[in-house]
Write a protein that binds this ligand. Structure first.
Ligand code: TXA
Ligand code: MG
Length: 314
């Protein structure tokens, strides 16, 4: 049985106690629900991987309460501090050198010398991190390769989620951003965009005053989940950039009204918030899915990235 906890003081205290006991708990963040375990406890982290059927080479993001706690885990330079000051708390993850005394279980980083850190903005996540008092390793709370959850109901679904496989879900309502965080890593002169996400790349580039580099491709060692060809996948086939539905297809629109539109007004922020819920509802109809063209600007880059993975051959 997976406990369904309300995000009130009792529910948050229960979640913190389960985490302190080495259990795994799904928690709300502003992007998607994360499956959290104590990042200092290798057995808890192993439970996170096991509950998701996640390949052990794919490292996890460490969630902390504030920039000070992040500096206890990773080595920051001035540029990383400027990004943290501008965008934390929020949907930004930075991959930085792991501090030698970080105390993070090696399974979190899959043995890498870098660590991915972020300070989530969701008020329930922040209250929980304060109550727990330590770093939480948390990938998205979905079976590996499947659609990310943006409600507690998605997490609890025994078929497409993790219901029955985890100790509890802390219900903070629907996630306001709806796509995973933007992941940045260092590249020789500047920064590279390892995964487009809930923070628009344009906003990062404006702060840095220089463009983000594309990630260096490496076939055998994916550095971010985007490089795994099939990811965020519904069970039925999906095609994107469609002009119209073909007979027998479920239509997901953009910039038009409809039962499964991403945004009737053509707003990419609203479309990101609705994306994974709409994908799940389309998937449940059991027919192939066709998705309208979504512009690439702003959060459109993250939406199109997720749709491309969902459309990839499995
Ligand atoms: O919004 C999010 O980022 C959500 C919420 C829960 O915070 N989390 C999330 O985690 O999307 P996950 O595990 O599904 O994706 C994080 C990805 C990993 O798949 C991994 O490829 C990349 O971050 N990553 C983690 N540590 C890394 C590292 N040291 N170097 C390169 N990539 C890393
Ligand atoms: Mg994920």
């Amino acid at each position: 049985m997976t406990e369904h906890l309300r995000a009130d003081p009792d529910g948050i205290a229960r979640a913190a106690a389960l985490l302190a006991a080495g259990e795994v708990v799904a928690i709300p963040t502003e992007t998607v629900y994360g499956l959290a375990g104590d990042a200092r406890d290798g057995r808890a982290v192993a439970r996170v991987y096991a509950a998701k059927w996640r390949p052990a080479f794919n490292p996890l993001i460490v969630h902390v309460a504030d920039a000070g706690a992040a500096e206890a885990v990773a080595v920051f330079d001035d540029a990383a501090r400027a990004l943290a000051a501008a965008f934390w708390p929020g949907p930004l993850t930075m991959v930085l050198p792991l501090r030698e005394d970080a105390g993070i279980a090696s399974l979190v980083t899959a043995g890498l010398e870098t660590v991915a850190v972020r300070v989530p903005a969701h008020p329930v996540a922040r209250t929980l991190l304060a109550a727990f008092g330590g770093p939480l390793a948390a990938p998205s709370a979905n079976p590996s390769g499947r659609v990310s959850p943006t409600t507690a109901g998605h997490v609890l679904d025994p078929e497409t989620g993790l219901g029955g496989r985890i100790a509890a879900v802390l219900d903070g309502g629907p996630c306001p951003v709806g796509v995973e965080s933007t992941i940045l890593g260092r590249s020789a002169p500047g920064w590279q965009l390892l995964r487009p996400g809930g923070l628009a790349a344009e906003a990062v580039e404006a702060l840095l005053g220089q463009p983000l580099a594309a990630p260096e491709p490496s076939a055998d060692q994916p550095t971010a989940p985007g490089q795994l060809s099939s990811h965020y996948a519904p069970r039925v086939p999906l095609r994107m950039d469609a002009d119209a539905a073909r007979p027998g297809e479920t239509w997901i629109g953009f910039g038009e009204d409809g039962p499964l539109t991403l945004s009737a007004s053509g707003d990419t922020v609203e479309a990101a918030a609705r994306l994974f819920d709409v994908l799940r509802r389309a998937d449940a109809r059991g027919q192939p899915i066709a998705v309208a063209r979504v512009p690439q600007a702003g959060l459109g880059a993250a939406i199109n990235d997720r749709l491309r993975r969902a459309a990839a051959p499995r």
